[in-house]
Design a protein around this ligand. Structure first.
Ligand SMILES: Nc1ncnc2c1ncn2[C@@H]1O[C@H](COP(=O)(O)OP(=O)(O)OP(=O)(O)O)[C@@H](O)[C@H]1O
Length: 582
């Protein structure tokens, strides 16, 4: 659970408005506390047969001043709460965008979204509703008790007994509220994660007729959140009437005792009116303190979940100044080198075992091997999504760890197999992360990737929206958009995961020609599944079970690598007829 230390850290930079709001609340309370004294004078005057207009005027002015101070305090609190939420969300989202990729491997995106949106709102409520008024409540309570003691200590004793017992019950409720709040927030995070999973894979869900399954899963999470929220609402609801009962009981006791004391002449009617009015001001601080404590309990659950996100490690550049590699060295040195790289996603389970290879500054290197051999892992390390456990990755002959992430990724472009596009227009997707691009460059790249005709065929040309994940384009078109986007960013090396889906012969030829052209302007490393692509590479690496099993030109491998030979055979022999399963 987040504690007071976290609360102190959270409020750093906002303490002035919080204290300001507390001061205004306190001012309101103090203004209220002076009212019984004036009321006593007014009532005693009226009882003696004359109304004191100046006293009534002062009382009215006090009511107005109290209302204004409290309204201003609420506004300052709400304003601070909103500002804090905005800043907290900014910190969280900036952090999330820089968190190491490994954190997303088992992290549930929906839950992270819930933390960035839902939990920050809970923290805002904590600030907006409670901190200032809670602080003022403590002082207000002390002042109200002081005033009551001054007015009539024996009546106060009766009030303390009745209020004290209800306060003990409230503290027990507050503890339960904290537990229920944490459960509710966790369940809401799970609900969002499940929703993200179901909507993100909506086609799969429909194709597998899994709607009832997903609905049940969502219902379970929603049910858990519902139950926790109900438990919390029940406890808060119960505590309200219990509090009211204690207040009514206290009032009744005061009126009974007070009336008796008025009849015996121990106190005036004005004293009794002043005491009961002052008592109403006792209830408000008690309620404020209760609200503040329960909001802090609720907020501490949310703060804990926010802290968990902020504790996720981020990608941080090493503080070593590395000069850029100059033009001539860029053309002569290998653009990428793996030197005895060992890597595993989990400790003690290496996926790459001593991988070493170089990619020259121009031309096409193909990476082939069975499924699960470690090809995508090599790409992930080349892009620095992960760092090697042992050995090193070099960019232009320099250890990549000492190059800033931005500069490294500007040099190494990535086209993934499923070529994800973002919702937006075709132009947005082409220019995403590319920096300034001239129309001439754009048209050249469009021509090179065979997209000129595609763009011309769209209703608004380059400004046509491509839909969520680019679904309005075909798989092949998405792949070419991804290649074009990469080319416009002018990297030194493009990593391309070739799609396994069979393209028609025309598209396959078009892609091969595109890749051939691309390899003239930068280095290209392809996870190749088609023999035509492998055959046109200048160098082929065969990876098997995390090691480079063979490497050489396609001609050499045809003689030396059994895996490569089998790849060539599959391509060269006609496919076996597929019989439907009876
Ligand atoms: N994020 C991850 N977390 C844990 N293990 C992973 C992760 N990604 C891949 N692996 C494991 O690492 C091994 C290598 O996977 P990788 O994706 O690199 O293979 P691949 O050669 O690209 O396979 P394919 O051709 O099927 O895409 C596999 O055993 C896989 O289960």
């Amino acid at each position: 659970m987040a504690g007071w230390r976290d609360l102190r850290r959270l409020t750093r930079g906002y303490r002035r408005p919080i204290v300001g709001a507390a001061a205004l609340s306190l001012l309101g309370t103090l203004l209220a506390l002076t009212q019984p004294l004036l009321a006593r004078a007014a009532v005693d005057g009226a009882a003696a047969g004359h109304l004191s207009w100046p006293v009534l005027g002062a009382l009215t002015a006090l009511f107005a001043a109290q209302a204004s101070a409290l309204a201003l305090a609420r506004y300052v609190q709400a304003h601070t709460g909103e500002r804090m939420t905005r800043d907290l969300r900014r910190t969280l989202t900036e952090h999330l965008l820089r968190v190491r990729i490994a954190a997303f491997d088992d992290g549930r995106i929906g839950d992270l979204i819930a933390r960035a949106c839902g939990d920050t709102t809970v923290v805002k409520t904590l600030i907006a509703q409670s901190l200032g008024t809670g602080l003022a409540g403590v002082v207000g309570l002390a002042a109200a008790v002081g005033l009551l003691a001054w007015l009539d200590p024996s009546l106060l004793a009766a009030v303390v007994v009745l209020f004290g017992s209800s306060f003990g019950a409230l503290l027990a409720v507050v503890r339960q509220v904290r537990i229920a709040s944490r459960t509710a927030q966790t369940a809401e995070g799970a609900l969002l994660a499940d929703l993200e999973r179901a909507l993100g894979g909506i086609r799969l869900v429909r194709a597998c007729r899994a709607e009832p399954l997903e609905a049940r899963r969502l219902d379970t999470s929603a049910g858990r959140a519902h139950a926790a929220n109900l438990r919390m609402a029940g406890m808060v609801a119960l505590s309200g009437p219990a509090n009211d009962l204690a207040v009514s009981g206290a009032f009744l006791a005061v009126l009974l005792f007070g009336a008796n004391r008025v009849s015996t002449g121990a106190m005036t009617l004005g004293d009794l009116v002043a005491f009961t009015l002052a008592m109403t001001y006792l209830a408000a601080p008690v309620f404020e303190i209760f609200q503040a404590v329960s909001a802090v309990q609720q907020g501490s659950g949310a703060l804990h979940r926010i802290n968990e996100v902020l504790a996720l490690p981020v990608e941080r550049d090493r503080p070593v100044a590395v000069a850029r590699v100059r033009g001539s060295a860029r053309r002569t040195r290998p653009v990428l080198e793996f030197r005895d790289v060992w890597f595993g996603y989990r400790p003690g389970a290496p996926v790459l075992r001593g991988v070493g290879f170089t990619v020259p500054a121009r031309g096409q290197v193909a990476l082939v091997g069975p499924s699960g051999a470690g090809k995508s892992t090599i790409f992930a390390l080349a892009e620095r999504f992960y760092e090697p456990d042992r050995g090193s990755v070099l960019l232009h002959g320099r250890d990549a760890r000492f190059t800033p992430y931005d500069r490294h990724r500007a040099a190494v472009g990535l086209v993934e197999q499923d070529s994800p596009l973002l919702a937006g227009t075709l132009r947005d997707n082409l220019l995403y992360g590319a920096g300034p691009v001239t129309d001439r460059d754009l048209n050249r790249v469009l021509a090179m990737t065979g997209l000129t005709r595609v763009a011309a065929g769209l209703p608004a040309g380059l400004d046509t929206p491509v839909g969520d994940h680019g679904r309005r384009l075909s798989g092949g078109q998405r792949q070419r958009v991804a290649i074009a986007r990469c080319l416009l960013a002018r990297p030194d090396l493009i990593l391309l995961d070739e799609p396994t889906a069979h393209l028609d012969p025309d598209s396959e030829r078009a892609l091969a020609a595109t890749l051939h052209d691309v390899a003239q302007v930068c280095a290209l490393m392809i996870i190749a599944h088609r023999f035509t692509t492998v055959r046109s590479a200048s160098r082929v690496l065969v990876i098997d079970d995390g090691v480079i099993a063979a490497s050489g030109t396609p001609g050499e491998l045809l003689l030396t690598s059994p895996y490569y030979q089998s790849l060539a055979e599959v391509r060269l022999t006609p496919p076996h007829p597929i019989h439907p399963v009876p």
